[in-house]
Design a binder for this molecule. Structure first.
Ligand SMILES: Cc1cc2nc3c(=O)[nH]c(=O)nc-3n(C[C@H](O)[C@H](O)[C@H](O)COP(=O)(O)O)c2cc1C
Length: 182
């Protein structure tokens, strides 16, 4: 479906077998698509078979496809899970494997963990600054204890719905502003 003039990627930060991130990505996409202000798509790092940076000559088609995908997007929503008080290695590697395609774009963060993934999200903000990605203030934080059943089945509290929309409001307005720089 085509809506609006922006392409926003909802990037799943985890790739492990048994991950819950696809449930959160789907939920954000469903909320986003009701807005009719952009094209929203889930972007799954796992689909690209990315090698660990520097362990190959960089000619894998997945690296080129990953860069093309990021280049095609005007903004991002990072679905961020907390691993050892930071982001996943998979997300860091995926961030490191592109450079200019990230630049001068906006991003929002939706995180989860025992403390809402707040520590991972704050680490991500530092990385985004280096990549010239403008991260917005509103940041929905999901609790493993109260927004999931058995830490695996996503059952978000109602209050998060408004937060996701407020975050998307900011991502869309900054995506428009930053498009003028590219
Ligand atoms: C290697 C590893 C480290 C983790 N460290 C933390 C942590 O520091 N803080 C936290 O709140 N949750 C931590 N968790 C729990 C994860 O946030 C939880 O398993 C979450 O579901 C992971 O996202 P995923 O299912 O999409 O992979 C950790 C999980 C893993 C696998």
């Amino acid at each position: 479906m085509t809506n609006g003039s922006f392409n926003i990627g909802i990037i799943l930060g985890s790739t492990r077998v048994g991950r819950v991130s696809p449930q959160i990505g789907k939920w954000v996409k469903e909320i986003a698509e009701k807005r009719g202000d952009a094209n929203y798509e889930v972007v799954d790092i796992a689909d690209y078979n990315l090698p660990f940076l520097g362990t190959t000559d960089g000619s894998e088609p997945g690296i080129a496809a990953w860069n093309e995908k990021i280049d095609s997007l005007d903004g991002f929503v990072f679905i961020v899970q907390e691993y050892n008080h930071s982001i996943t290695g998979a997300l860091k590697n995926a961030l490191d494997l592109a450079r200019e395609p990230w630049n001068n774009k906006a991003a929002g963060i939706v995180s989860y963990g025992s403390t809402g993934g707040a520590r991972a999200a704050e680490h991500l903000r530092g990385i985004l600054g280096e990549l010239l990605i403008a991260d917005v203030r509103v940041h929905p934080t999901l609790s493993l204890f109260t927004d999931f059943e058995n830490y695996t089945t996503f059952k978000p509290a109602e209050l998060h719905f408004n937060n996701v929309n407020a975050m998307l409001d900011q991502v869309i307005s900054w995506s428009g502003a930053l498009k003028t720089l590219r």
